[in-house]
Design a protein around this ligand. Structure first.
Ligand SMILES: Cc1cc2nc3c(=O)[nH]c(=O)nc-3n(C[C@H](O)[C@H](O)[C@H](O)COP(=O)(O)OP(=O)(O)OC[C@H]3O[C@@H](n4cnc5c(N)ncnc54)[C@H](O)[C@@H]3O)c2cc1C
Length: 387
């Protein structure tokens, strides 16, 4: 609790803090909803997480494995600072809840850059306190890339299986998951909020509601500027002798390999496509081809290694719908003054942003110091979309 002896001058009105944690309903059991549930449950809330699917992580967060790596720009732009803060928040949760090497790997990420552009903020180097710098010849050659390929090395980065993080968050005491429970509408009652099914059954009553329903959040919050962005990836099991880089590669597309699955086999995954305004979940052959082309540019050797998997039809396809805001930043904050909040628009960076956004929301509810400087917190706020 930040309660100094002096009078704190605020730039705007003080947000309404809750004195006593109560009942909260969260709509959506993806990275956003599970992270919010965990942050609130830790502060004493009774949280019920509703999902239309029968299990958690059934939407975009059902991605078999994802890359966790920061955005880096020479002027350390807003998005760069936000992703860095987000990854630190995620990292704490990964270390606290998951098994490294099985559920996630902390081994770093190589990011291929356009020709001539490995610029980082002044003073960033391998020996500095920062966590990204131009990749060394040794790092490039051990990934099977030409030693002069323009690339950055991200040390606080790796791969994560999103469903493992979601399951761990939902296991925290104080959280109940309710699957097969699509919420059709909300209404106000004397006690707070009521959540209704399409058949007009009362699903729950709660003091506060958080909308974390991915691109479907728009049906509860039409005022938010949300856009669905369909994405397709290819993935499969690695045969014993498949020579794929040990380090995830990022850039125009990504490649992750050596990810243990539930049966002890190893997985690879590459992608991803970006198809704005599409919510089509069926795999598209053109997108499979586009992912192969992308992989050829990212790592020609891996593309050759995986060619038989693509050609034999052994490569599997996974499709998800991202939820993006106009400025590529998440939307976290109140939707009205009566306890309806949103935590969504994690875009292509759910792993970087979910934990940070959840902590930001919970800190605001409890009048705690924010997990980010005020200007960065504002850059994530729902208030920024007000006309
Ligand atoms: C192809 C692809 C590749 C990606 N790669 C990466 C990556 O490498 N790294 C990374 O960080 N991110 C990646 N992402 C992005 C990441 O997957 C998303 O940012 C993240 O999963 C979003 O989480 P969410 O909880 O906001 O949404 P979702 O996971 O979509 O969760 C929303 C949930 O709400 C539920 N829901 C919707 N409507 C209702 C309703 N009315 N009632 C009840 N429940 C409802 C849905 O069933 C769903 O489970 C990728 C995304 C795609 C599509």
């Amino acid at each position: 609790m930040f309660a100094p002896a002096w009078t704190v001058r605020r730039r705007g009105p003080a947000p309404e803090h809750v004195e006593t944690p109560g009942r909260c309903a969260v709509i959506g059991a993806g990275l956003a909803g599970a992270a919010v549930a965990a942050s609130l449950a830790r502060r004493g809330w009774h949280v019920t997480v509703f999902d239309a699917a029968d299990r958690p992580a059934a939407g975009a967060s059902g991605l078999p494995v994802g890359v966790l790596a920061p955005h880096v720009s020479p002027d350390d732009a807003l998005l760069s600072r936000l992703t860095r803060a987000g990854i630190r928040a995620t990292w704490l949760e990964l270390e606290r809840l998951l098994e490294e090497g099985r559920d996630w790997r902390a081994g770093g990420v190589l990011e291929r850059r356009p020709e001539g552009d490995t610029r980082v903020p002044a003073g960033w180097s391998e020996s500095g306190p920062n966590e990204s710098w131009p990749a060394s010849a040794a790092q490039l050659s051990s990934a099977g890339l030409p030693v002069d390929a323009p690339a950055l090395w991200h040390a606080r980065a790796g791969w994560v299986r999103p469903s493992r993080l979601i399951e761990a968050w939902l296991r925290e005491p104080g959280i109940e998951f309710r699957g097969n429970a699509p919420v059709a509408r909300l209404s106000r009652s004397a006690a707070g909020w009521q959540l209704w099914s399409a058949a007009n059954q009362l699903l729950a009553e709660a003091d506060r509601v958080v909308i974390a329903a991915g691109y479907e959040s728009g049906s509860f919050a039409p005022e938010l500027p949300l856009q669905p962005v369909r994405g397709q990836v290819a993935w499969g099991r690695m045969a014993d002798d498949l020579a794929l880089p040990a380090t995830p590669l990022n850039g125009d597309g990504h490649l992750i390999a050596h990810v243990p699955d539930d049966e002890g086999a190893l997985l690879w995954l590459c992608g991803a496509t970006f198809d704005r305004d599409s919510t089509e979940l069926a795999p598209q052959p053109n997108d499979a081809q586009a992912n192969r082309e992308r992989l050829k540019r990212l790592h020609p050797g891996a593309a050759a290694t995986l060619a038989p998997a693509f050609e034999s039809g052994k490569a599997k396809t996974w499709v998800g719908i991202r939820c993006a805001s106009g400025d590529r930043r998440p939307l976290v904050g109140p939707l009205n003054e009566a306890g309806l909040w949103a935590c969504t628009a994690l875009g292509s960076r759910g792993l970087s942003f979910a934990a940070l956004c959840a902590e930001l929301l919970a800190a605001q509810w409890h009048g705690e110091p924010l997990p980010l400087p005020a200007n960065l917190s504002k850059a994530l706020g729902t208030e920024r979309t007000a006309p």
